[in-house]
Design a binder for this molecule. Structure first.
Ligand SMILES: Nc1ncnc2c1ncn2[C@@H]1O[C@H](COP(=O)(O)OP(=O)(O)OP(=O)(O)O)[C@@H](O)[C@H]1O
Ligand SMILES: [Mg+2]
Length: 418
C-alpha cells in the first residue's frame, strides 16, 4: 500500500484523523535528473489554521499552486467543506477562469487520473467598476462595496499617502471625529465638513478636499457596505478581483476586509465555544483561508500599507479565531518578517537568486542551508515543481504540484500561435 504524505499536521493529529481534512496538492518526487519520478501523494492539512508561503521566481507556478489549493477546498467532503471558506485576493484578474474546465491540459490531467472540471467560484468586483467589467464583457457574480464611515483616519491617511502628524492628517482626524459623532456619513459629508473647518488654512482644506474628490473615483464606496458574511459563505471560494485598482486602493480594501473578517471570526469563535460547552449547535461562520497573490505588496517588510495592520493581526493572532493565510510572493525578502517567521509551511518553486535561497534557510532555521540548496538544485525543470519545508514534521519534500482541473488564466502570452 502506498502511504500518503501529510504536511502541516503534527503526529498527534495524524494519529487521530489520518488523512481526513487534507488537500491533495501533488506528488512526492524521488530521485534526481533522469531518475526523478513521482511516488506518494502529498496532502496538506486544513483541519487547523496555517500560515503558508508560496515562493518562486516569475512563471514558476506560484499562482497556479494557489489555484490548486482553492480547488481542493471546493472538493473536500461536504461535512468538512461546510466549515471552511476561501477568499482569493486576485491582483492579476486570473482566478475568475476557475469556473471553466481545464480542457487545454486534458492529456496531462489524464496522466494524473483526473478530468477537466469547472468549479463554483464566486467573483466579486469593486462596485464602482462593475460597469467597466460589463463593458469589457467580463462576467462577475457580485459587487463589493465599503462605506466611507467604516474607514479610520489612519486608513484614509495611509491610502492618501500622508501621516496623521502632518497638517492634512490633523485636519482629517478633526473632521472625521466631528462626523463620527453624527453616525454614518458619505464622502460628500466629509467634503462639506472640511469646508466648514475654521482652524485649517484654505490651502490645506483644498488639498484634502481634492483627495476626497479623487477617492470617489476609486470605485469602492457606496452608502451600503457589502455585509462581510457574503464573503464567508460556507464551502465557497470567493475571488476578489482587485486587478483594475491602484495599489493603495487594493491595500485599503484588503485591510478593511481582513479587519472585519477577523472581528466576525472572533465573535463566532466565542459562540462556538459557548455552544460546545452547552452541547448545542456550532456557530455558523466558517473558518477562513485567505489566499493572497503578490503578498509582499500588501504586507511589505519596509514601510506600512493600509493592509499591514490587519494582515499582521491575522498573522500573529489568526490561529485562535481560525484564520489561515497563503502568502504568494516572488520576493520573500520583501515580505514582512512576521509573515515569514510565523509560516509553518513553505512551498518554494524554483528560486535562482542566491539571496532568496539564503532567505529560505533563515526562515526555517531547522534546515541546513546546504540541504535546501541541494534539494532546490535537484528539482526537475518542469513547471510546478517545488520544495516543501514543513515545520510541523521538520521535513523537506520535493513535490510536483498536480495539474489544475479548472482553467488557469495566468499563463504568459506567446508572440506566435502554437
Ligand atoms: N503544477 C503545474 N502543472 C502544470 N503546469 C504548471 C504548473 N504550475 C505552473 N504551470 C504552468 O506554468 C505557467 C506559469 O505559472 P504561474 O502563472 O503560476 O506563474 P507564477 O509563479 O505565478 O508567475 P508570476 O510571478 O509571473 O505571477 C502556468 O500558466 C502553467 O502553464
Ligand atoms: Mg502569479
Amino acid at each position: 500500500m502506498v502511504v500518503d504524505i501529510v504536511i502541516g499536521r503534527d503526529p498527534e493529529d495524524l494519529e487521530k484523523f489520518g488523512n481526513r481534512g487534507c488537500l491533495y496538492i501533488g506528488k512526492h518526487i524521488v530521485g534526481e535528473g533522469e531518475d526523478a519520478h513521482y511516488t506518494n501523494r502529498i496532502l496538506m492539512d486544513v483541519l487547523r489554521p496555517h500560515i503558508v508561503l508560496v515562493l518562486g521566481k516569475r512563471g514558476s507556478g506560484k499562482s497556479y499552486t494557489g489555484g490548486v489549493i482553492a480547488e481542493e477546498m471546493l472538493l473536500l467532503p461536504e461535512e468538512i467543506r461546510k466549515n471552511l471558506t476561501c477568499i482569493l485576493i486576485d491582483t492579476m484578474g486570473i482566478f475568475w477562469s476557475m469556473k471553466y474546465p481545464n480542457e487545454r491540459d486534458f492529456s496531462l490531467l489524464a496522466r494524473w487520473d483526473m478530468k477537466p472540471k469547472g468549479l463554483d467560484v464566486k467573483v466579486f468586483v469593486p462596485i464602482g467598476l462593475a460597469s467597466s467589467y460589463e463593458r469589457e464583457g467580463i462576467s462577475f457574480d457580485a459587487t463589493l462595496a465599503l462605506k466611507p464611515s467604516e474607514l479610520t483616519p489612519s486608513d484614509w491617511a495611509l491610502t492618501f499617502g500622508f501621516t496623521l502628524q502632518e497638517p492634512l492628517g490633523i485636519l482629517l482626524e478633526r473632521v472625521l471625529k466631528r462626523l463620527k459623532e453624527r453616525g454614518t456619513y458619505g464622502i460628500d459629508d466629509i467634503i462639506d465638513e472640511i469646508e466648514r473647518d475654521t482652524r485649517a488654512t484654505e490651502k490645506e482644506k483644498l488639498a484634502l478636499e481634492n483627495r476626497f474628490i479623487s477617492a470617489k473615483e476609486w470605485g469602492i464606496f457606496s452608502e451600503r457596505a457589502t455585509p462581510v458574511e457574503k464573503l464567508l459563505e460556507p464551502g465557497v471560494a470567493s475571488v476578489i478581483d482587485v486587478s483594475l485598482q491602484d495599489w493603495n486602493v487594493r491595500n485599503l480594501m484588503l485591510g478593511i476586509l481582513a479587519r472585519k473578517i477577523y472581528q466576525i471570526r472572533m465573535f463566532s469563535r466565542r459562540r462556538e465555544e459557548i455552544s460546545i460547552i452547552e452541547g448545542g449547535e456550532k456557530g455558523k461562520i466558517p473558518m477562513v483561508w485567505f489566499i493572497i497573490d503578490e503578498a509582499h505588496e500588501f504586507l511589505p517588510n519596509k514601510g506600512k500599507t493600509a493592509a499591514s495592520d490587519a494582515l499582521l493581526t491575522l498573522v500573529r493572532q489568526g490561529r485562535q479565531p481560525g484564520i489561515s493565510c497563503v502568502f504568494i510572493t516572488q520576493r520573500p525578502n520583501k515580505l514582512h518578517e512576521d509573515a515569514i517567521s510565523q509560516a509553518d509551511l513553505i512551498i518554494s518553486h524554483r528560486l535562482t537568486a542566491q539571496s532568496d535561497v539564503n532567505a529560505l534557510s533563515q526562515i526555517m532555521q531547522t534546515y541546513l542551508l546546504e540541504d535546501i540548496r541541494k534539494s532546490i538544485s535537484q528539482l526537475p525543470r518542469s513547471k510546478g515543481t517545488a520544495l516543501i519545508l514543513d515545520d510541523n514534521s521538520e521535513r523537506l519534500y520535493k513535490i510536483q504540484i498536480r495539474p489544475r482541473f479548472s482553467w488557469h488564466a495566468g499563463g504568459s502570452p506567446l508572440l506566435v500561435k502554437e
